[in-house]
Design a protein around this ligand. Sequence first.
Ligand code: A2P
Length: 338
Amino acid sequence: MTKKYNVAILGATGAVGTELLALLEERKFPLGKLKLLASERSAGKSIKFAGQDLIIEAVTESSFDDVDIVLASAGGSISQKWLPIATKAGAVAIDNSSAFRMHPDVPLIVPEVNPEAITQHKGIIANPNCTTILMAVAIYPLHQVQPIQRIVAATYQSVSGAGAMAMEEVKLQAQAILNNEPAVAKILPYPLAFNLFPHNSPMTDNSYCEEEMKMVNETRKIFGDQNIRITATCVRVPVLRAHSEALNLEFTQPFSPDKAREILATAAGVKLVEDFSKNYFPMPIEASGKDEVLVGRIRQDISHPNGLELWLCGDQIRKGAALNAVQIAELLITKALI
Ligand code: A2P
């Protein structure tokens, strides 16, 4: 009989928590007991899973007794508070927040890129930032063939990354604008409908925002390459779901677009989407709900002999968060690390 694992979802009512539940069912995860944890606000309410109503519990000191795997997606401070308690109780925690990502004892994993790092875990495994995961899946297969020395990234990030309430706010803003009424921003810093603005994560000392620095630092850690130079401009756009990225890659030598296409056509987690004759390339509406990162518009950078341009779209709630976390949990099981 296949072994079954008791799983707790910390943040079960959130956007990523909801996707985690869908994925556990869809991927036939070998589930024993499933515990849904959230705040006091949600305690006692129920969520349907595999045809059953499961009651949401408020997280407490004893929530993790008898839990094998915690999938956490309730924010950094909640992870900081509860994951050490969970690991002390014997669980392995896969954390979606940024709280532990850069900690030297915490593996930061994209299963298509650095699955071997999982053997180093000491109870907590970090799931990288969504924009970083999507980029890593698309470019690591090329980096393996010929090292990338520098990445210039521009992102077009959907509002679902800012949470379910921000999505509702953008819909209301769009309605207001169509009715010639003012667009009100309460959750987001500025109106986003029919607008865009540089990413709303906190600013750091070097004038890059935290989201941009996550792409820099996390990519280096995942690739195990501290020398790769990365610069990013992250932008919030009025797309409801799925992020897009324009990437300029500089290799050590020329890298032909056809060779890149050939590699990406069979790369794990990637789907090549391009028809130059129809100007048809990845779009967020087509990436939404999909597991793969859609990549296309691969072309020679006319400004640099070693440069390659590509464009990608990926569902940041799925591969950028929940799916990557479930894949990490599956990796723990297949590598018999739990
Ligand atoms: P709740 O719905 O009870 O507030 P999102 O990232 O989509 O905003 O979701 C955040 C998730 O984190 C939700 O499931 C939310 O539960 C949960 N959460 C927020 N605060 C706490 C807390 N103090 N303890 C446990 N879970 C929390």
